[in-house]
Design a protein. Structure first.
Length: 605
């Protein structure tokens, strides 16, 4: 059978997953009367809630006698570790670009990886029915992007289609607003080459994705690079240096048909398959016939730039909600994550009670914490810190990001001012139409931690910020942290209205009436720069004099409840976020005030 392997790449929110939905429908993968959820490829709960793709997922459709294997890739830089490996499974890419937003940083990141591998792109300008579309300018931007990424002549001579993924049409005519996706199917078949692989050589297969199945154990996904594999065939796994890690049998082989994994008796060169039967092999290992001793070269992965401390929850309320609270359980879960997600590195601390987890960014680590929380874990999380490096001269270096901000003109001044405080350098500023300005910065990653919430309030929720790892550059010196101190509970008990009423004048409260508190817990933000210990449990002294209706008049403002990401970005170096399945609390690292004083004196010294 004819075979094509293609990846769909785009910036976050440019419509990849919606387009794949329509390809399913029009290829007959779904029956007409079959009920399918919108954005069917985003199958994980967090993907559905956030509306982003986190895990790369292969799928397969059949069109006029050709099987097209499609890989839907994440659009977020934090999940870039997925994208880099995925591209080694395909022979072509469909680059999706929003007709209004144009080429964005994530487009640049993934496209750069694809062009470096020699893949030839098909460009699809999506959402052409937007009222603010600027199709021609966007095409010029894409061409300039390819030139800046050193595309060769063949890659620069790319075919273009104009489409609306939501309405299910594509055309070579930019003014057309109806039809089907047949032109896109045809372009993929004509423009993407069939896999040029040796079907007669011994079986080899590079693992690009790993997941677990309750019945099959480890399931390894990737593309068969050469030869054939049959069920129960003897195979072994090689690491990147060619050492044999384990030997076993291919107990189950599955191919992709639509959204399902379907068992098959054999697979051959070019097929994207999932394979079960090995217990140790992991991502970037080569699975091969026992006669093979040379591993397949795997793509190197960009290094992690950020780390957080995951500790056992030692607060007075530990163990009330979660079922997984011991360091051994946390360790096993993190090691499992590091196995399947090559962009994450886990190291154990000397005291065995905490773990340094390094990754690509706050979003990636935030998703991991949220996933663990839903699985019943309780954790104490530290403030994110960047991973420093050294240059040849022995000088200190730190990670920088390219930050692209789209903002209404009236807010551009305050954004530039705030970015300057964070030691960012402006590299470009231009109008982007519709009264908006696009500003590009080169900024140390350190300065960007915790800025997103402030940015949204500064731009009244209208600004859009996109960040992408740029390079390791010279250390920029101290960066100003949070301006306000916090209100700290000086005892344990329940918050009551009589005590909280007067505290509202001191700052913004984060707890409500009746909430259980403990000593050292952060209950609000102080209006002044220093921390303040307060008593939110103080009750009224009872006397036999009555004041008419005085107590009924305490009216409290609803408390400020942070999301997990906001909390992680908000805390300071001496604070932690307590994460349990139902609650997120902020606390001081040392709950006892005397220990806090000792620690701050030691830090000052």
């Amino acid at each position: 059978m004819n075979l094509r392997n293609v990846a769909i790449i785009a910036h976050v929110d440019h419509g990849k997953t919606t387009l794949v939905d329509q390809l399913f429908r029009q290829s007959g993968t779904f029956r007409d009367n079959q009920r399918v959820e919108e954005r069917a490829m985003d199958s994980n709960d967090l993907e559905k809630e956030r509306g982003i793709t986190i895990l790369a997922k292969p799928t397969s459709i059949e069109w006029e006698g050709t099987r097209i294997n499609i890989v839907d890739t994440p659009g977020h830089a934090d999940f870039g570790g997925e994208v880099e490996r995925i591209l080694s499974m395909v022979d072509g890419v469909v680059l999706l670009v929003d007709s209004s937003e144009g080429a964005m940083p994530q487009t640049k990141f993934v496209t750069g990886k694809a062009l470096a591998l020699g893949l030839k792109p098909i460009v699809v300008v999506n959402k052409v029915d937007r009222p603010d579309q600027r199709i021609q300018e966007v095409l010029d931007e894409v061409f300039d992007l390819f030139v800046s990424l050193d595309a060769n002549d063949e890659q620069l001579d790319f075919p273009v289609l104009y489409a609306s993924g939501r309405n299910g049409y594509a055309s070579e005519d930019p003014d057309r607003r109806e039809g089907t996706l047949t032109p896109l199917f045809q372009k993929i078949v004509d423009h993407v080459p069939p896999p040029a692989l040796d079907a007669e050589a011994p079986f080899t297969f590079l693992v690009t994705l790993l997941d677990r199945d309750n019945f099959l154990g480890r399931v390894l996904t990737g593309r068969v690079t050469s030869g054939k594999v049959k069920v129960n065939q003897a195979i072994h796994a090689l690491d990147m240096d060619g050492n044999v890690i384990e030997t076993g049998r291919a107990s189950k082989i599955m191919t992709f048909r639509g959204l399902e994994r379907v068992p098959t008796e054999e697979a051959q060169a070019g097929d994207i398959i999932s394979l079960a039967g090995l217990t140790v092999a992991t991502v970037s290992n080569t699975i091969a016939d026992v006669s093979v001793s040379e591993p397949i070269q795997a793509q190197p992965i960009d290094p992690p730039t950020l780390s957080m401390r995951f500790a056992v929850n030692d607060s007075p309320m530990a163990g009330r909600e979660g079922t997984k609270v011991t360091s051994r359980m946390i360790r096993d879960r993190l090691m499992r994550e590091a196995e399947s997600n090559v962009a994450i590195k886990v190291t154990e601390s000397a005291d065995k009670d905490s773990f340094e987890v390094a990754g690509r960014g706050e979003l990636q680590l935030g998703v991991l914490i949220e996933t663990m929380r839903r699985e019943g874990f309780e954790l104490g999380i530290s403030r994110p810190r960047v991973l420093f490096g050294t240059d040849e001269a022995g000088g200190r270096t730190e990670p920088y990001e390219t930050v692209i901000i789209d903002v209404d003109e009236e807010y551009s001044g305050s954004v530039v001012e705030k970015m300057n405080i964070r030691k960012a350098e402006m590299t470009d500023m231009r109008p982007s139409g519709g009264g908006k300005t696009r500003i590009t910065f080169s900024a140390p990653s350190r300065g960007m931690i915790g800025y997103h919430g402030e940015f949204l309030s500064d731009t009244r929720g209208t600004g859009i910020m996109n960040r992408l790892f740029e390079k390791y550059g010279p250390y920029k010196g101290a960066i100003e942290g949070r301006k306000n101190g916090v209100l700290i509970s000086n005892g344990s008990g329940e918050a009551n209205a009589y005590a909280l009423g007067p505290l509202e004048e001191r700052g913004v409260l984060m707890v409500g009436v009746g909430e259980a508190l403990y000593e050292g817990m952060i209950i609000g933000e102080n209006a002044k720069p220093e921390d303040l210990e307060v008593n939110p449990m103080k009750s009224k002294q009872l006397t036999n004099f009555r004041a008419s209706g005085k107590d009924d008049s305490i009216r409290l403002t609803p408390p400020w409840k942070m999301t997990l990401e906001q909390a992680i970005a908000y805390i300071d170096d001496d604070e932690m976020v307590e994460v349990t399945p139902k609650t997120i609390r902020l606390r001081k690292r040392f709950l006892d005030p005397h220990e806090r004083k000792r620690a701050s004196r030691a830090k000052a010294a």
